[in-house]
Design a protein around this ligand. Structure first.
Ligand code: ADE
Ligand code: ZN
Length: 323
């Protein structure tokens, strides 16, 4: 629907690794002589049927094997910028998972340098601007997250914030409080995945222990009126990813997605894609899906898009140049 594509959008919840399309997996593997355990991109895509978050993460991390060289990361970032432009995205704050590459022996310098190269090219060609948020993996040791933060600081990595992602159940946020406090002292913003698979107590923990500025997903907040009130009163935005929630079965179907309840309760809701190569669509497709499912008016759609603008981490002087 053109009314959605034409809405200027900011994307706040997209993992660059989750934009790795099957075609690019196969191309990069072929280019480097990496043998894949499936014959082609179509067969890989057919495997994208997920029972839950962890069954998705298994495939997501396995596919990263083809990202080895600086220019692999540059290509990934450029392709996202090009597709985001088509979706009407003018600015994106993009997650990356340093530990998922460092643990495979890829220098963080190549990861960050490649992403910056690709985003620079995409900005020059399409005008889409991007900032980077480094996510710590909550199912890995806190000491590793701390070492990654040190490494990013030592290399002056151009990140605007830190996040927390990967398997939520059984991996609470609280142990990361010290790393997040250190990031705060360095002037970095904070976000965390919470209330995606776990309940509203996980959202409260991210707010209270990590002092996050935004909560990624956060949809299970609807199960606790106290958490809903906390989000609304403090205007803590949620970066909601409806197609992801359907594909990872955190909701039974789109019709039962809590989005309308979150909006109704006055929570600052934003719409995003999460891992578009895996979940059937980019941010425009997510807008389209909820617009149709819930018969959202143009005013509501515009408000959702505006919410993302209010939730970005750009300083005022840069906001005026990109938005
Ligand atoms: N990493 C990539 N996508 C994720 C998601 N939806 N939840 C947690 N970690 C992730
Ligand atoms: Zn995510």
């Amino acid at each position: 629907m053109s009314r959605i594509r034409e809405l200027p959008k900011v994307e706040l919840h997209v993992h660059i690794e989750g934009t790795l399309e099957p075609d690019l997996v196969v191309e990069l593997a072929h280019d480097q002589g990496i043998e894949l355990p499936y014959p082609d991109a179509e067969v890989l895509r057919e495997r994208y049927v997920f029972a839950d978050l962890s069954s998705f993460l298994d495939i997501y991390y396995a596919n990263l094997d083809v990202l080895r060289r600086r220019h692999d990361f540059a290509r990934l970032a450029y392709e996202y910028g090009a597709r985001a432009h088509l979706a009407g995205v003018v600015h994106a704050e993009v997650f990356f998972d340093p530990q998922a590459h460092r643990s495979r022996g890829v220098p963080l310098h190549d990861v960050v340098g490649g992403l910056v190269d690709g985003f620079d090219d995409a900005r020059a060609e399409f005008g889409v601007t991007t900032d980077l948020i480094a996510c710590f993996l909550r199912d890995r040791p806190v000491a590793e997250a701390s070492a990654v933060l040190d490494e990013l600081v030592d290399m002056s990595a151009p990140i605007v914030g830190v996040g927390l992602d990967s398997a939520e159940i059984g991996n609470p946020a609280a142990p990361f409080a010290e790393v997040f406090a250190r990031a705060a002292a360095l002037g970095l913003r904070r976000v965390a995945h919470a209330g995606e698979e776990s309940g509203p107590e996980s959202v409260r923990e991210a707010i209270e222990e990590l002092a996050v500025h935004r909560v990624d997903h956060g949809i299970r907040s609807v199960d606790d009126p106290g958490v809903m009130a906390q989000l609304a009163a403090h205007r803590i935005p949620l970066t909601v990813c409806p197609l992801s929630n359907v594909r990872l079965r955190t909701v039974a179907d789109l019709a039962s997605h809590p989005l309308p309840h979150l909006i109704e309760a006055g929570v600052v809701v934003t719409i995003n894609s999460d891992d578009p190569a895996y979940f059937g669509g980019h941010v425009d497709d997510n807008f389209l899906a909820v617009a149709e499912q819930f018969a959202l008016t143009d005013d509501t759609l515009a408000q959702l898009a505006r919410n993302s603008v209010t939730a970005i981490f750009l300083p005022q002087e840069r906001r005026d140049t990109v938005l």
